[in-house]
Design a protein around this ligand. Structure first.
Ligand code: SAH
Length: 196
């Protein structure tokens, strides 16, 4: 519902983030497969997560799970700066190229295990996790600023609870947003590659 989020979604050309075969479906309200372990999230969920992050253009945001970079672009429209981590180096490289090609200058894409966050630049005003976590990764909680908001799908690998968790005097205050289904967050403070 947030007009700023809706405007951002009007500005970002989603057809440039999907594979050629799926371009005709780029504006359907569906997630689309990109390859076996990667999807471009459903636009409704991207909007819901962006709205829950309560961005007013001043925040520094850490995103985990760049994928094709669509959510990254929406965040860059709404925040001062976005640092996004993707575990698969080729996808990190491809999304960096795509986002810079679209003219974004406030995005940094890093290849690595996002469950560990990026301590060098902490604390972050907002952290968005766009892959399914078994629980809140401790390093991400530590790197969230006081008063900051973490948006994360947590649960099992089949379905998760999408939550916005605000850090109030060091304590988590949880708002439940929706049920959802993301691909696995794989890493030291996430799932193992092998389990389901
Ligand atoms: N944000 C994307 C959706 C990404 S799908 C969008 O806008 O559509 C989830 C992504 O998380 C995949 O690209 C996957 O490789 C990545 N991922 C999984 N575990 C990760 C980790 N520990 N660190 C960084 N990226 C991870």
């Amino acid at each position: 519902k947030d007009p700023a989020v809706l405007d951002a979604m009007r500005r970002v050309p989603r057809e440039q983030f999907v594979p050629d075969l799926a371009v005709a479906e780029a504006y359907h309200d569906n997630a689309l497969p990109i390859d076996c372990q990667q999807t471009i999230s459903q636009p409704y969920i991207v909007a819901l997560m962006s709205e829950a992050a309560e961005l007013d253009g001043s925040q520094r945001v850490l995103e985990i799970g760049t994928g094709c970079g669509y959510q990254t672009a929406i965040l860059a429209e709404l925040a001062a700066e976005v640092i996004s981590i993707e575990r698969h180096m080729p996808w990190a490289d491809q999304s960096r190229e795509r986002l810079h090609g679209l003219g974004y200058t406030n995005i940094e894409i890093i290849a690595g295990d996002g469950t560990l966050g990026w301590p060098e630049r902490a604390p972050y005003d907002r952290i968005l996790v766009t892959a399914a976590a078994p629980r809140i990764p401790e390093p991400l909680w530590e790197q969230l600023a006081e008063g900051g908001i973490l948006v994360i799908p947590a649960g099992d690998t089949k379905s998760q609870d999408l939550m916005a968790v605000k850090k109030c005097e060091g304590q988590p205050v949880v708002t439940h947003l929706s049920g959802c289904r993301f691909v696995k967050l794989i890493g030291a403070a996430g799932w193992d590659e092998s389990n389901n």
